[in-house]
Design a protein around this ligand. Structure first.
Ligand SMILES: O=C(CO)COP(=O)(O)O
Length: 258
């Protein structure tokens, strides 16, 4: 029986301004009781412009909700117009940072090398990476989904020592299931999440592999989360669209009640 605490993280993507963010986090705080937080770790990943507002709320009201960013620069400072650095996120007391989301890979041409550099930047500044991996539909149709996803894991973790890797969160997000309503079947998600854990055991140790949390992401809703969470190698979810509705996100956090 796994001792891994499930992590339910809402990736808001480019949604909710800072005022909406405050209202949303207040709703979550109001709806979630202490026992919910004990059973499940809850996090939100708002746009950069919301982080200060979320931090002020979480700090001021001593909320148990964690928060983080959707991306990080590989550089600490300098002439990188539009970028946000690790030191800036650390100063805002972010816990998490999503790295290598498929939308970053697709629209911003992020390669495994860039993802690896960003993971190093996150660890350098005490942030926990949520490494996003997963295949496109054509890759799955050809049966290459496991190999493709493991190659992304290998690239992302290059030269990352065990004492850092043991805290990583890995989100398996098949690209074809993101925002499409096409949820990956629980058995299919388990196949890849189990393979990721196996690869962590090969790269590091079984002990490390058993400690790392692996999430599933892609059209997760309150109606399908329980089935996904019943799988042995799935330790949480990275939720997009459904995380924008506070009531729905709370139902997902309470997946054991479904
Ligand atoms: O990309 C995702 C989370 O990072 C998943 O998005 P959806 O839940 O909207 O499919």
């Amino acid at each position: 029986m796994s001792t891994r605490t499930p992590l339910m993280a809402g990736n808001w993507k480019m949604n909710l301004n800072h005022l909406e963010a405050i209202a949303h986090v207040q709703k979550l705080a109001f709806a979630l009781a202490d026992k919910d937080y004990d059973a499940v770790e809850v996090a939100v990943l708002p746009p950069f412009t919301d982080l200060r507002s979320v931090q002020t709320l979480v700090d001021g009201d001593k909320l148990k909700i964690k928060y983080g960013a959707q991306d990080i620069s590989a550089h600490d400072s300098g002439a990188y117009t539009g970028e946000i650095s690790g030191p800036m996120l650390a100063k805002l007391k972010c816990t998490f940072v999503a790295i290598g989301h498929s939308e970053r890979r697709q629209y911003h041409h992020e390669t495994d090398e860039i993802v690896n550099a960003k993971i190093k930047a996150a660890y350098k500044h005490g942030l926990t990476p949520i490494l996003c991996v997963g295949e496109e539909e054509s890759v799955r149709e050809e049966g290459g989904h496991v190999a493709h996803t493991l190659a992304q894991v290998d690239g992302a973790l290059k030269d990352i020592p065990a004492e850092q890797a043991e805290t990583i969160v890995i989100a398996y997000e098949p690209v074809w299931a993101i925002g499409t309503g096409k949820v990956c079947g629980a058995d299919d998600a388990q196949e890849v999440c189990g393979a990721i854990r196996g690869r962590l055991a090969e790269l590091y140790s079984q002990e490390l592999a058993d400690a790392v949390r692996i999430q599933y992401g892609g059209s997760v809703k309150s109606g399908n989360v329980a089935e996904i969470m019943a799988k042995p190698d799935i330790d949480g979810a990275l939720i997009g669209g459904a995380a924008l509705d506070a009531d729905e996100f709370v139902k997902i956090v309470r997946f054991r009640d479904q």
